[in-house]
Design a protein around this ligand. Sequence first.
Ligand SMILES: Cc1cc2nc3c(=O)[nH]c(=O)nc-3n(C[C@H](O)[C@H](O)[C@H](O)COP(=O)(O)O)c2cc1C
Length: 205
Amino acid sequence: MAINLAIVYYSSTGTNYQMAKWAEEAAQEAGANAKVLKVEELAPKAAIESNPAWKDHYEATQDVPVASSDDIEWADAIIFSTPTRFGNLPSQMKQFLDMQGGLWANGKTINKVVSAMSSASNAHGGQEATVQALYTSMMHWGAIIAAPGYTDPVQFASGGNPYGVSVTVDQEGNMVEDVKDAVKHQAKRTIEVASLVKKGQEVNA
Ligand SMILES: Cc1cc2nc3c(=O)[nH]c(=O)nc-3n(C[C@H](O)[C@H](O)[C@H](O)COP(=O)(O)O)c2cc1C
C-alpha cells in the first residue's frame, strides 16, 4: 500500500529545498508517492532582488509546483521543511497553514502523519522553536506527529535534534552539519508511521 507523501517547504536560499529533495529521495526508496511542493513566495520583488542568493533560488525553482489544499487532502503524510525566522515560522509557511482553514473545518486534516525540519544561521538560532511552532498547528489539525526522536544512530551524527532534523547554514549558504542521512531517516520514519496508520484504518473500515 503506497503512502502519498507531500513534502511542503519554504526556502529563500536553497537549504530547505535541498532537504526537501533528500526527503523525496528517501520516499522514492521507500516506495512512497512523493511530491515536493513549495509554499507561495509572499515577499516583495524588491526584497528578493536585493539578495542575489534569494533571487537565484527563486528563479531556479519556478518550475516547482505550489502546494495547495488538494495536495494536503491527497497526502497520507506530510513533511514540512522551513527556515527559522526570528525563532519562528516564516510568514510564507504560516500563510500556507492559515489557508487550510477550509480543509480543517471539513475534518480533512485529521490523522495526517506529519514531521518537520528546519534550518537557521546559528546552531542554537531557534530551529527547535520553529519545529515546535509548526507542531502546535499540527495538534490543532488533529495530525499525528512522527518526530524522529532518537530512533536511529544517524540522529546523533546530525546534531541530535529529536523534534525534527535541523541544520546550521553558514554565511556562504553551506550546511554546517551533514544531515542528509538524518533527513532520509526522518522521511522513512514518517512514511512508516503513516503506513501503520493507513493499515489500521483499513482494518477498522
Ligand atoms: C528575517 C530573517 C530572520 C532570521 N531569523 C533567524 C533566527 O532567528 N535565527 C537564526 O539562526 N537564523 C535566522 N535567520 C537565518 C535563516 O534561518 C537562514 O537564512 C535560513 O535557515 C536558510 O534557509 P533557506 O536557504 O532554505 O532559505 C533569519 C533570516 C532572515 C531573513
